[in-house]
Design a binder for this molecule. Structure first.
Ligand code: NOJ
Length: 595
């Protein structure tokens, strides 16, 4: 280690000046249909969430991000919005949304809502008007309608694939509602990067820009603290919609993207395709976020924009959080990192470098409603992003190993300065439901890939609150829209409360310490002793006090360095007897303070 200087070891120093709340916030994602059900129909709702908000206050998070609860036919679980200003009756009413915001405020929790600007539902009044008005109309100009290719327009306008599988274009006359309608003979196609029920808006149209800005104001006026922006990198497409042969999958981005130059959005591969997907990360998106930044800045209280953008490399993603654009972007590179010390160190260091260069906080995330839960992902033979869902006949994760690593990964993440995102249920150590029957599945990705991708339902199973209640207390009737595994009784929130060593108590303790020690705003340096270790990630973070965070990813115990005393650990530590050092077992993280 003698070759490493102090400067080599320093990874991050916090930005100077006033720190708005979101620079260090721990933000908890609520997926409304699966959090808590108030009315007994088996689908979670806003009153259900409000009634359980004290669980989140007791957990110690700073803010809640709510996935969409707007009026929607639920073709993509609410990411298909039919009315951006209305609450879907499944979830309640606008008054229920106001009540939720008021209760959150009472509990000191901020609230971020989801904004889905790339596409609407095909049941949005604009799309209905576009179908009815026909080709060439101003109504169609709000979306991306085009004539087809081939002799008679029978080919889609280009070769783009939907992220959910199958073509990204649907011909108007092929829609299920075409027979007998005025568009029964209509030969135009419309673009949908996701399901055919999610037509893409045309962001070149000023009417679209004005409308979504108005939607921002609608929710800002109601008191929300910010927006998580869905598919933030997708709004603007390359001019001419050029062919592109790659496939884009969610969270980690394009599988064959080889664009490493952050300033070259239109590199061509040797085959002549855009190496950089022409549907994503186009320069024009940044102007939109500069406009939105100005809108948020008109409101008091440090409102925040969070980008959901699957953009590689990290330096390119950092362009979304330049000082006059968004405030945060999800760090999916961290989420998809294999359980491997050098790779984790690399992604952590690169994340700080890229975000610090633009003055933005780095964020951390391990799970969300689109990926296999990390308590299962980290128990797979190959760690990393993992498959899109797991089925009963697929290789199964090692549940014990997965949970042990998940707890270690979380404690590592929460020790890192910056802002962290938690996904509902991870504080209970919930695994993925890997044995859902196909009949129960609802994710459009399952249907559009003919079941090749199992889809995301396995991470969306309703939460277990009470071990002895029907449906584990998710709903007053015991109904749940997806079946819960019986083993979840032991994982219910009430079963874990006050149980020493439970995952819930670990999260509570870690969040309490993190806040008390000011870790979110700390500086961060690698521990010299472990800086190039193949097995250990270890760093010292300095907020209100110095804390050593050490994760053992190797296959043998590691000694806790002398001069440090354990504060919290993700699993039992080996006790130092007779002057021997305390040891950190495999797949365990410890936080320690100077003695
Ligand atoms: C990302 C969301 O997280 C995901 O759930 C959704 O299916 C797509 N965007 C499309 O809106």
């Amino acid at each position: 280690m003698s070759t490493l200087t102090r400067a080599d070891l320093t990874v991050h120093t916090p930005a100077q000046g006033r720190a708005p709340w979101w620079r260090q916030a721990v933000i908890y994602q609520v997926y409304p249909r699966s959090f808590a059900d108030g009315d007994g129909d088996g689908i979670g709702d806003l009153p259900g969430i409000t009634a359980r908000l004290d669980h989140l206050a007791a957990l110690g998070v700073d803010a809640v991000w709510l996935s969409p609860f707007y009026r929607s036919p639920q073709a993509d679980a609410g990411y298909d919005v039919a009315d951006y200003r209305a609450v879907d009756p499944l979830f309640g009413t606008l008054a229920d949304a106001d009540a939720l915001l008021a209760r959150a405020r009472e509990l000191g929790l901020r609230v971020i809502v989801d904004l889905v600007p790339n596409h609407t539902s095909d049941e949005h009044e604009w799309f209905a008007a576009a179908l009815a008005a026909g080709p060439g109309s101003p109504e169609r100009a709000r979306y991306i309608f085009r004539e087809g290719g081939g002799e008679t327009g029978e080919e889609p306008p280009n070769n783009w694939e939907s992220v959910f599988g199958g073509p990204a274009w649907t011909r108007v006359r092929d829609r299920a509602d075409a027979p007998g309608s005025p568009w029964a003979e209509d030969g135009q196609w419309y673009l949908h990067l996701f399901d055919s029920k999610q037509p893409d808006l045309d962001w070149g149209n000023p009417e679209v820009r004005a409308e979504l800005e108005d939607v921002l104001r609608f929710w800002l006026d109601r008191g929300v603290d910010g927006f998580r922006v869905d598919v933030a990198h997708g709004l603007v497409k390359a001019p001419g919609l050029p062919d592109w042969a790659g496939h884009v999958s969610m969270v980690e981005g394009a599988e064959d993207a080889d664009d490493t130059d952050p300033e070259s959005p239109a590199l061509r591969s040797p085959e002549g395709h855009h190496a950089h997907p022409p549907m994503f990360d186009q320069e024009g998106v940044h102007e939109i976020y500069r406009d939105w930044h100005r809108v948020l800045a008109e409101y008091p209280g440090d409102r925040v924009l969070v980008a959901e953008a699957w953009v590689d490399p990290i330096e390119r993603l950092a362009r979304y959080v330049r000082a006059d654009e968004m405030h945060q972007a999800f760090n999916f590179a961290f989420l998809v990192s294999p359980w491997h010390a050098p790779e984790l160190r690399d992604v952590i260091a690169r994340s700080y470098r890229a975000n610090d260069a633009v003055g933005a906080p780095t964020t951390w995330v391990l799970s969300n409603h689109d990926v296999v839960r990390h308590a299962s992902r980290l128990g797979l033979a190959r760690t990393g992003k993992g498959p899109n869902g797991i089925g009963a006949t697929d290789p199964q994760p090692d549940a014990e190993l997965g949970l042990r690593r998940a707890r270690a990964a979380t404690l590592l993440m929460l020790g890192l300065p910056g802002s962290a995102y938690l996904y509902q249920g991870e504080e209970l150590g919930l695994p993925e439901h890997t044995e859902l029957p196909d009949e129960a599945r609802q994710d459009p990705a399952f249907f559009r890939t003919g079941g090749v991708e199992r889809g995301r339902d396995g991470c969306r199973v309703p939460l277990p609150w009470e071990q002895d209640a029907p449906g584990f207390g998710f709903s007053p009737t015991g109904r749940t829209w997806l079946p819960q595994p019986p083993e979840w009784a032991d994982l219910a929130a009430d079963a874990q409360t006050g149980r020493p060593g439970s995952t819930l108590e670990l999260y509570r303790e870690a969040l309490r310490l993190r806040a008390g020690l000011g870790l979110g705003l700390g500086s961060m340096s690698w521990s010299a002793e472990h800086a190039t270790s193949p097995d250990v990630v270890a760093f010292v973070t300095t907020g209100a006090a110095e804390v050593l965070v050490l994760t053992n990813l190797g296959d043998a115990d590691v000694a806790l360095p002398g001069g440090w005393s354990a504060l919290v650990a993700s699993g039992p530590l080996g006790s130092g007897t007779d002057g021997d050092a305390v040891t950190v077992p495999v797949d365990t993280t410890v936080w320690a303070r100077r003695i």
